[in-house]
Design a protein around this ligand. Structure first.
Ligand code: BDR
Ligand code: CA
Length: 313
């Protein structure tokens, strides 16, 4: 089984990713850690609590950072995810729900150190908690299994600026710390997620399968798909966060290249991810290139969509 922690700002596509992981038989979802991003972290924690009530068994939720490490926070994108993160829905966390007393960063450190080589971290939000976990305990780099990040873009341009993807742009300094650490990373960015568009109808059909989980997903993704239709002209929504979970389970659906990722920390390109690819001139051994990141550059989009739909059914 893949033992996964999802670090999240839930968020419509976060919810799809989380329920996908929670219901897949080959995943053990160890917990959720929350961070600001799509919405305020306190609301994100309540949303995570609600999601635990849609799982086969609830998992712990640890609350994390409310603001980025250095930059002034950006406004929350309620026009993308809705005022409370789930489109037009306002959900309630189940009675008695409370996050664990440890911070997200502490929870991440404790889980990795308690099970060396077993935990896959799946950050699908600004990387603040992950950077804080690295500060708390740098040795986690030696004991994590893999870090599979939804964020960044190499050839596809940005979604919140001409060059920046939202999760990196929301905390570029944290992202730089995470990419520069000596641990194995897989980057699932806009190069693949903007080629993986889920038609609304495929999620709407889940209502008939299960009113509770399927009905919830159909409802929230309708709002999200509207945003993508109106802004990008997509016939459906980009499956950003779910693509990371699929990458863990079906890496064969993705084409990757290895190299170094750095993040632009200021100026008009702030939040851009710069990819130094192994095997080209500047990557000669003498340049001391890091080779810790597998960047997903291509995807079998239909394969990813089928996998998501089949699992959720
Ligand atoms: C990312 O930004 C958030 O809005 C989504 O949940 C996803 O994690 C896409 O750029
Ligand atoms: Ca997210």
């Amino acid at each position: 089984k893949h033992r996964i922690i999802i670090d999240t700002d839930p968020g419509v596509d976060d919810a799809v990713a989380i329920l996908l992981a929670a219901w897949h038989p080959d995943v053990e979802l160890v917990g959720l850690t929350t961070v600001f991003g799509n919405l305020a972290v306190e609301q994100g924690t309540l949303n995570a609590g609600y999601l635990t009530s849609l799982m086969p068994a609830p998992v712990p939720v640890a609350q994390g950072a409310a603001t980025p490490l250095v930059i002034t926070p950006h406004a929350f994108p309620d026009f993308v995810h809705g005022k409370f993160g789930f489109g037009d829905l306002h959900t309630e966390a189940p009675a008695g729900f409370a996050p664990v007393k440890d911070s997200a960063a502490q929870f991440i450190v404790d889980q990795i150190m308690a099970a060396p080589g077993e935990i896959t971290l799946v950050p699908v939000a600004p990387l603040t908690n992950i950077a804080m976990a690295l500060r708390l305990c740098p040795e986690i780099t030696k004991h994590v299994k893999n870090v599979v990040i939804m964020g960044g873009s190499v050839h596809r341009g940005g979604n919140v600026s001409p060059v920046a993807e939202a999760n990196i742009w929301n905390d570029p300094h944290a992202a730089q710390m995470v990419f520069a650490a000596d641990w194995p990373i897989t980057m699932v960015g806009l190069d693949v997620t903007h080629h993986t568009i889920m038609p609304e109808s495929r999620m709407a059909a889940l209502r008939e399968v299960s009113p509770k989980v399927g009905g919830f997903l159909a409802e929230i993704t309708r709002f999200y798909a509207n945003f993508y239709r109106n802004t990008a002209g997509f016939d459906g929504f980009s499956v950003h966060d779910p693509a990371t979970v699929v990458q863990v389970l079906r890496p064969d659906l993705f084409t990757t290249r290895k190299g170094q990722i750095d993040v632009v920390l200021d100026g008009p390109a702030i939040g851009q991810t710069v990819f130094a690819v192994d095997g080209v001139g500047y990557a000669e051994p003498g340049f001391g290139l890091r080779r810790n990141v597998d960047v997903c550059l291509q995807v079998n989009g239909d394969g990813v969509l089928d996998f998501i739909e089949t699992t959720l059914r």
